[in-house]
Design a protein around this ligand. Structure first.
Ligand SMILES: [Zn+2]
Length: 283
């Protein structure tokens, strides 16, 4: 039995025990890391006799943290990094690197556009703001140094659809439409992260068009159309620039956009750029 299956059985076992102590609450079925188990009772005999502190479960010789509804998502920690911009000046910023437990393979994730590259691949250029200066993206035709998102090349006009983030609460709403990274749509998402709600913004850049009816205040469900792939602000390549940023605590985004303009959405003091693999749903 692999470790995950073993852990899920242990969780079920503990729930059975908890159910015995509090008979008013039925155990029912639980989902642990995507594994559905139909019968908790049949697994009760497999609970090991080792004792572990409340909120943890025995797994072999160690006690592991027990997943709970209050604990959805991961705490994503900011890190400091920087790079030399084209002028040669050093710039520093906060960024949220990919958690080690999130797959590094870009094709493990679901994107707002269908795969547009040979071999069913989606991502041409990935997130590199967590890398050393010399390893970040540079190119003769690329104006920006470093890359805080993923580039998804596709045919012009390919529909771009909303993707609900992992652990997202409710639907996304549109914060801004207009010129930012070329023609762009920026959406706001509330995500449960380590037991608390955090706000994220997602940027869809270089669009050819914005879908009818999509404007600031529009609510978008997973799969809703929001525009078409283009090359506005990026004449080198027809692609979608997809970028995820976590809103800093206490920031009123709508007020910021009103007072400072859309540029506030990508300002380091307002939002922190995040590796999209931390919040994109798996395929
Ligand atoms: Zn990009």
């Amino acid at each position: 039995m692999n470790r995950l299956a073993s852990l899920s059985m242990l969780v079920l076992g503990l729930l059975v025990l908890a159910g015995a102590a509090r008979p008013a609450e039925p155990v029912g079925t639980v989902r642990v890391e995507g594994i559905e188990a139909a019968s908790a009772e049949s697994l009760a005999d497999e609970v090991p006799s080792a004792t572990c502190p409340t909120g943890t479960l025995p797994d072999g010789t160690v006690c592991v943290h027990l997943p709970s509804d209050d604990d959805e998502g991961n705490e994503l920690a900011e890190a400091r990094n920087g790079h030399h911009v084209r002028s040669g000046a050093w710039t520093e910023y906060d960024q949220i690197p990919r958690l080690p437990e999130r797959p590094a393979e870009y094709d493990a994730y679901r994107y707002p556009t269908p795969p547009g590259l040979p071999g069913g691949k989606s991502v041409l250029s990935g997130y590199d703001l967590d890398r050393p200066d010399e390893s970040q993206r540079r190119g003769a035709s690329i104006r920006a140094v470093g890359h805080g998102g993923v580039d998804l090349p596709n045919r012009r006009g390919t529909p771009v659809q909303m993707v609900a983030l992992e652990h997202q609460q409710g639907d996304a709403d549109v914060l801004f439409t207009g010129t930012l990274f070329g023609t762009s749509v920026v959406t706001r998402h509330v995500v449960r992260e380590a037991g608390q709600l955090r706000e994220y913004v997602v940027l869809f850049g270089h669009l050819d068009s914005i879908a009818p009816g999509v404007t600031a205040g529009t609510t978008l469900k997973d799969g809703d159309p929001l525009g078409g792939v283009g090359d506005t602000g990026s004449p080198e390549l027809v692609h979608l620039h997809y970028e995820v940023r976590r809103v800093r605590d206490g920031v009123d985004l709508a007020a910021k956009v009103k007072s400072v303009g859309a540029g506030a959405l990508v300002a380091n003091e307002v939002t922190v750029v995040c590796d999209p693999r931390n919040v994109l749903p798996l395929r």
